[in-house]
Design a protein around this ligand. Structure first.
Ligand SMILES: *Cc1c(COP(=O)(O)O)cnc(C)c1O
Length: 468
């Protein structure tokens, strides 16, 4: 029975135990006893070994998405006589292990802070395959990036041209740079906006680009690689990318008069399914449509198609991740609906929350969930999965139907949490951040250690041990 508190996109499921295709990582299946397994590893065993909450990454899933993204762009760009570079946007989830997975698949890595750069370098990736971003790069980040010999630094404002040139001069080198354009296009999930100017902090206006590129070219310590644009995140359609390709190619063609422009970087932002209602365009289709727009623009301006760079983060690591929680409390809450009826939703509270996944509270992001420790024949009821934090907005899954007998002690799994979960985690309420484990072929291993309360106390210089 449909609950009037449920949103239109969420129907009561025929089977509240089923794992929706496209939402769960490819290794997620229920064993014959009903327990969820990922890559052949039973989640009860994972909970016993590592505790909950726990971030689980399906390694084969992440590796295959990295490889298939690379193939999709290679094929699409080869068909129009060019080639592609794919950078993994490390901010989605970065640790040395993941850097190795994406490097094995032939991807580079984008970083946006001194910390992210340190992780990429610590993983041993060739620095030439690292791209550096940021609207306010620290001096330490620029120094380290130039010294390491990163493949490109994306210049984000006029002042930065001089800063990077000066650093390269001091280090007696020449740094390859891109110039980020505020294209006036902003895309999010189902719509895109194309305006003359977008009111946001990243990039430089299109009209100032020729002057700034001339300044870059005038420096003997900089080498201009091309333009950069990133139009948003969690984008489901290809129109925004096609429009950005059009605008950037017009500028790119103009810049060719003053010297070489070998590449064009169109950013990331490819959407993924968080719930069964999400239906993102496959990456291969986005690549094909992007290439189509590029080929048309190249013909219109009578220029060759440049090497195209893209920077997906979420679409590579997001679907590979699952968060495992333990249910601690359930509580029916009855409210008045808009039609003056009364309806009940079951609040299911788990042992994590906005400290391990802030996206529901930050963006009202939707997720889905399943009982992971068993299946159940109980009729589905509308639930809201809440966290354990002192904040009414601390929601893990805003709307979901789960078997009505969901109870304390059950394990609950939330799929598609691989991107921007651990990466944005906090210690709110002095909650230690959970570990991340990779699962592959029936085995699990820690790829990021979790914190303990002692780790947190160690940062408080006034803390006394209980024996003092
Ligand atoms: C965040 C970001 C990306 C990656 O976005 P996803 O939505 O994770 O694909 C790529 N490029 C830039 C410049 C970004 O800021």
């Amino acid at each position: 029975m449909s609950n009037p508190l449920a949103p239109g996109w969420l129907a009561p499921p025929a089977d509240a135990n089923a794992l929706a295709p496209g939402v769960w990582s490819m290794g997620a299946v229920r064993a014959s006893d009903g327990v969820l397994t990922i890559a052949g590893v039973d989640v009860e065993a994972l909970a016993a070994k590592y505790g909950t909450p726990l971030y689980i990454v399906d390694e084969a899933d992440a590796r295959s998405r990295a490889a298939s993204t690379r193939t999709a762009f290679d094929v699409a760009l080869a068909a129009i006589g060019s080639s592609a570079r794919v950078y993994y946007a490390g901010k989605a989830f970065l640790c040395t292990e993941v850097v190795r997975w994406v490097a094995d698949a032939g991807l580079g890595v984008d970083v946006a802070s001194a910390g992210e750069l340190a992780v990429a370098l610590a993983a041993g990736i060739d620095p030439a395959r690292i791209g550096v971003h940021g609207n306010n790069k620290s001096g330490a980040l620029i120094d380290r990036a130039v010294a390491a010999g990163v493949g490109s630094i994306v210049i984000d404002s006029e002042l930065e041209i001089e800063r990077i040139a000066a650093t390269a001069q001091l280090q007696r080198t020449r740094q390859r740079v891109r110039l980020r354009i505020n294209s006036g296009i902003h895309a999010s999930t189902h719509e895109y906006l194309a305006t003359a100017h977008e009111d946001q902090k990243f990039g430089v206006p299109i009209e100032s680009a020729p002057r700034l590129v001339a300044a870059i070219r005038a420096s003997e310590h900089l080498e201009f690689l091309g333009l950069h644009s990133h139009i948003g995140s969690q984008i489901f359609e290809a129109e925004g990318f096609a429009e950005a390709a059009n605008r950037l190619m017009a500028l790119h063609a103009e810049l060719l008069d003053g010297g070489p422009v070998p590449e064009l970087n169109l950013g990331g932002g490819f959407g993924i399914a968080y719930t069964a209602a999400d239906d993102p365009l496959p990456i291969a289709e986005i690549a094909r449509r992007m290439a189509g727009a590029l080929a048309r623009a190249a013909a219109a301006f009578d220029i060759p198609v440049p090497v195209i760079a893209v920077e997906p983060g979420r679409s590579i690591i997001g679907p590979a991740g699952t968060t495992l929680y333990r249910v601690g409390m359930v509580k029916p809450v009855t409210v008045d609906t808009a039609d003056g009826e009364r309806a009940t939703r079951l609040y299911v509270s788990v042992d994590g929350g906005m400290s391990d996944n802030v996206r529901p509270s930050l963006y009202r992001a939707e997720y889905s969930a399943r009982i992971a420790s068993r299946t159940s024949d109980a009729d589905p009821v509308l639930v809201r999965v809440a966290g354990m934090h002192c904040e009414a907005g601390d929601i893990v899954v805003r709307h979901e139907y789960l078997p009505g007998d969901v109870a304390p002690g059950d394990l609950l799994a939330v799929p598609a949490t691989g991107a921007y979960g651990w990466a944005m985690a906090s210690n709110y309420n002095w909650v230690p951040r959970p570990p991340v484990v990779a699962v592959l072929a029936g085995a699990s291993r820690l790829i990021v250690r979790g914190e303990s309360i002692d780790d947190l106390l160690a940062r408080d210089p006034g803390a006394r041990s209980p024996r003092d």
